[in-house]
Each structure stands twice: as C-alpha cells, then as structure tokens.
Ligand binder design. Structure first.
Ligand code: GLV
Ligand code: MN
Ligand code: MN
Length: 444
C-alpha cells in the first residue's frame, strides 16, 4: 500500500479495506440498474429527460429503494435529492457523493446513474460500519446533460450554489416548445426562488465531494485497468445555434464567382477550425472541437438550390480556460475572414461557458490509497467529458472522481459496463469516503 501523506489521518479509521460492498447490496445494485432501464422510455437506448417525467421517475425509484433501506430522503428547491443515514449530526460538514440521473436522448443506462446507485449501496452498507465523525450524504442530481437544452449543463448542481442564470432559465428545450424554467416548474422546482440566486446549501457544509462515473472513453479498456482516478475535468464553450447567411440561388444558373453559398462557407470555416485545432494540439494544448448539429432549412432546401442559410452547433472543450478563450477569438476572426471572402455573414450567438476544474490533490491521494488497499490497478487521467464534480470543485470543496472502465463509449445506446468493475470502483469510493468521514481537519 502506498503510504504517502494526505491530510486524512488514517489511524482514525482508513484501513483501505474498511469498505466492501456486501453480497446483498451487489444484488440490489444490479436489480436497480435493471429497473431503471425498464422505466426509461426509449427506442434503442435509454432517454431520461432533464427535468422531464422520465428523470423524475428515476428519482422516485431511487427514493423508494432508499426509504426501504431506512435512509432519510430530502428534496431541495431544485428537486435534487439528498439521501442520508438516519440520525446523523446536522451541523457537521458532511462527506458527500452522487451524480446525475438524466441521460442524453437514446443514451446508455450507466452515464450518471452508476454514481447514484454506487452512493446508495455505500450508504446502505455504511450503516454497519464503525462510528464516523462526519455524516455521509448521497446526492441524486438533476439535469447534468446539455443535450436537452442546447448547451448549458449541470443545472441541478449549479442550482445548489445559486448559479443558474437567465440564459439557463430561458434555454429552449430541444422540442422547441418549452424552456428550462417551464420544465423545472413542471417537475416541482421552485423557479422563483432559484432565480434569486439563493444558495440551497452552504459549500462549507460539504467537507469532501466524491463522484463515481463511467469513463465514457477508451483509455481504461486500452490499458486493461478497471478504475481511473481523475485529475481534472474539461470545461467547454458551446454555441448552440450558429447561423451563416449567404444568398439562395439557382444551382444551375449561378456561376461560382457570383455565389454566396452558406454551406460552402461553413465548410470553409470548419476546415480552418480543424487546422487550428491540429496546430494547437501540436503545441501541446488540450482541445477538442465538435459540430454536432448541422441544418439547412427543410422547408426550403433542395438539391437544385444554392443554400442561402445554414445553422450549426459548435462546441469546444479544454482543461485550460485560456485555450477556450483564445480559441473563441480565433473562430470569431475566421468567421470575419470567410464572411468577407464569400459574401456571407456568421452569427455565433452568445456561447454558454462552463469552466474547467481541477480535482483536489489530497483527495486524489486518498483515492490512490484506497485503490492500493483494494488491490485495484488504476490509471490517473484527465476527464474529457464534463461532470457535476467540476461545480463542487470550483466551489472550493475538495473533490475527487473515480472512473469505471466501460465499453463502447457513452452518449450512445450501446454503452456497456462490467458489474465487477463497478463494484471495484464502489469499494474504492466507499473506502475513501470513510477515510474522509473520519477526517478532523476543517475546510478553509
Ligand atoms: C456530459 O455528459 C458531457 O457532455 O460531457
Ligand atoms: Mn453524459
Ligand atoms: Mn454523466
């Protein structure tokens, strides 16, 4: 076992193997994953809609299992759920874990839900554990996914800290009919209170935050390791609706030099963006760029028409906020140049901005110790995907994440995970939480 120092006094309780998921909880977890999949409406994957009925149904499933196990359930004004062991001291900063319950449309069953189910079985099994100094909480969080409201994300966790903005509340649902505020109200959230920016919890009331999540990428499979320990989480800039306006024309009658073809201009822009991306990677910057939606107007578009307008979404992510800002400036300047050369106009709109986050080095050490104690091989790695943990970390709460190896990626219906890997990661988080729950140092 690695015995390098952390602020956690292991003599007070962390023996590493303190926590191991019981046989009963293993069965329960598998059963809940199964029930969750069955109640999530979908065609090929699962669809648990941010602040929609399917997300609420998933919350109620977790609530029922928590209540059956004798745990205390509380809903906050954003309709997040906190689950706690009964009789815990209310005034001592807690050690918390959790994740989100929503999914992307036609996504997989594990993105988010794995972290909530892990937390639930940790609390259930911790009931029989040695006395702790600190309470242990599980948060099931609302609306982490950006897919339903076109860009902004982490609604539930940001609501906890009074961070939702007017831009969030007015974000249109992908069906084009309702806003986030409408859907939050329909789910029972107190939107008027959230609009005041009131904090639903004091960050000082959370001593540590832990999140278990599937990796969503190929690294752990490639390295043949069940577990990842996360060092940092990429932030993003998302332009949900970029428009490029040129001039519609007859595709046979208008020569190249007289065209203002919006689609050709967009392609020109994309090739330039892709080339900048390549060069920045060569310079050692961290960056990924995606145009996940591209649309010409189906009411007008035709094989025989030069497109006068195209709209698209543009997202770029980095661990470095400076890279995000300078890439935005670069895109702006390329839009102007392509616009001049081709006689079109780009409107990038106002992007939603999500800052990157760094996980706490001491928490990383606790997690490494817990892996060593359980004999789990692990990879220390950055997270390309976004997670609620970045909100907790950026509020100054010492935070850490454990990834579970998963197959076939994520944000797609084929996402897969071996339960054995999930239980290894749950043992690691459970042990680390117990270590932190016996930590006497104050948050500063
Ligand atoms: C979260 O799901 C993300 O898009 O990174
Ligand atoms: Mn996701
Ligand atoms: Mn997720």
């Amino acid at each position: 076992m690695n015995d390098s120092a952390s602020s956690i006094d292991k003599s007070k309780g962390f023996t590493g193997s303190d926590f191991s998921v019981s046989e009963q909880s293993r069965h329960l977890a598998i059963e809940i994953f199964d029930e969750l999949r069955q109640l999530s409406p979908s065609e090929i994957g699962v669809s648990r809609e941010t602040y929609g009925p399917s997300e609420t149904a998933a919350f109620e499933l977790i609530e029922n299992h928590a209540t059956d196990a004798g745990l205390e359930v509380q809903w906050d004004s954003a309709k997040n759920m906190r689950i706690r062991l009964p009789g815990e001291a209310g005034d001592i900063p807690s050690v918390a874990t959790g994740s989100h319950m929503d999914s992307v449309p036609e996504g997989g069953n594990y993105d988010g839900a794995a972290g909530v189910i892990a937390g639930l079985i940790i609390l259930i099994d911790a009931k029989n554990q040695v006395k702790r100094i600190r309470p242990m909480d599980l948060y099931a969080l609302r609306g982490e996914e950006s897919a339903w409201f076109g860009g902004p994300c982490y609604f539930g966790s940001r609501a906890m800290f009074g961070q939702l903005t007017e831009n969030d509340f007015t974000s249109p649902h992908r069906d084009g009919e309702k806003t986030l505020a409408d859907c939050m109200r329909a789910s029972g959230a107190d939107v008027d209170l959230l609009k005041t920016g009131a904090r639903l919890i004091d960050p000082k009331s959370m001593h540590h935050w832990f999140e278990l999540h599937i990796e969503q990428g190929p690294i752990l499979i490639a390295r043949n390791k069940p577990v990842g320990i996360v060092t940092g989480i990429r932030g993003n800039h998302r332009h949900r609706h970029v428009t490029c306006t040129g001039e519609a024309a007859h595709s046979g009658a208008v020569p190249r030099w007289l065209r203002h073809d919006a689609v050709m201009a967009m392609c020109d822009l994309m090739v330039r963006i892709d080339e900048h991306w390549r060069v920045l990677l060569e310079w050692g910057e961290d960056l990924v760029v995606t145009a996940g939606i591209v649309e010409t107007n189906p009411k007008e578009h035709a094989v025989s028409r030069v497109p006068g307008e195209v709209s698209f979404a543009l997202e770029y992510r980095s661990q470095d906020i400076k890279t995000l800002k300078s890439f935005e400036a670069l895109i702006q300047s390329e839009c102007e140049d392509v616009g001049k050369r081709r006689g079109v106009e780009f409107d990038l709109g106002i992007p939603s901005l999500t800052p990157p986050a760094v996980m706490d080095p001491e928490v990383i050490q606790i997690l490494r110790d817990a892996c060593d104690a359980h004999g789990a091989t692990y990879e220390v790695m950055a997270s390309g995907a976004g997670h609620d943990s970045s909100v907790f970390a950026n509020m100054g709460i010492p935070s850490g994440m454990v990834f579970v190896r998963n197959d076939k990626g994520s944000h797609n219906p084929h996402e897969a995970m071996e339960f054995e890997d999930f239980f290894v990661a749950t043992n690691v988080i459970g042990s680390a939480m117990l270590a932190a729950a016996n930590d006497q140092t104050e948050n500063t």
